[in-house]
Ligand binder design. Structure first.
Ligand code: AP5
Length: 217
């Protein structure tokens, strides 16, 4: 299956992408993770990306699409993929549709998570990421067994540079301005599956599974 997962920052895209991609046996491909990998290499491209991400702004559409479509052409994505956080503008969606058309394929569904802003701020200001495996935990909702260490691989847990309250508010404004119009774009193409992201992780996973089952039956 070829699925896109959209949602405001902190709605749980990364958390749910891991669950769903595992269930569907497809790679979860996160544009944010691709950018963080490039930034950690310290390349000139990474520096350019960092200027946008740390300010809570979007990375330019053409650059983003080039990086993501290159990843889509790796062998593990040949049988399907779950895109987390891409596309997030109508322009990116058009470029993705073009790339898929060239590959003679299409998207099966677009899941859109929704969560109120106050819960987003709570989730993101308490988020810690494992530096080694990228797993996200939360200081209150899913605290690690050993403080500061990942339960899965014992890697160090750190706060993302763009998880300060000020930058989170900017990311929310950017989402409202540049990504919300994309929801209508996908709804018009009968691909959109809105899913409520409130509640515990398994509850949200169940809602996503039910939404997908309804269209893939
Ligand atoms: P990206 O890394 O994609 O950030 P984001 O979209 O802001 O989303 P997040 O990763 O912050 O949150 P999430 O929804 O994955 O939530 P998570 O599962 O971690 O992008 C970073 C930046 O890169 C962007 O700001 C932009 O600059 C750039 N970028 C990326 N893609 C781009 C694109 N396509 N175009 C242009 N620029 C782009 O969960 C959050 C927290 O909540 C965690 O602590 C988690 O443990 C907890 N949690 C999750 N689910 C639950 C639950 N059900 N209950 C309680 N807690 C929960």
């Amino acid at each position: 299956m070829r699925i896109v997962l959209i949602g405001p920052p902190g709605a749980g895209k990364g958390t749910q992408a891991r669950v769903l991609a595992g269930r569907l046996s497809v790679p979860a491909i996160s544009s944010g993770d691709l950018f963080r990998a490039e930034t950690s290499r310290g390349s000139a491209l990474g520096e350019l990306i960092k200027r946008h991400t740390e300010a809570g702004e979007l990375v330019p559409d053409e650059l983003t699409t080039t990086i993501v479509t290159r990843r889509l052409h790796e062998p593990d994505a040949g049988g399907g993929f779950l895109l987390d956080g891409f596309p997030r503008t109508v322009r990116q969606a058009e470029l993705l549709a073009q790339a898929l058309e060239e590959d003679k394929t299409v998207l099966d569904a677009v899941i859109a998570l929704d969560l109120p802003d106050d819960e987003i701020v709570q989730r993101l200001t308490g988020r810690r990421m494992c530096q080694a495996c990228g797993m996200a935990v939360h200081t209150v909702f899913s605290p690690p067994r050993v403080p500061g260490r990942c339960d899965g691989c014992a890697g160090a847990l750190v706060r993302r540079a763009d998880d300060t309250e000020e930058t989170v508010l900017r990311r929310l404004a950017v989402y409202a301005e540049q990504t919300v119009p994309l929801l209508r774009w996908y709804a018009d193409r009968e691909l959109l599956l809105p899913v409520d992201a409130k509640g515990a992780v398994p509850e949200v996973s169940d809602r996503m599974r039910a939404a997908l089952a309804a269209v893939t039956r």
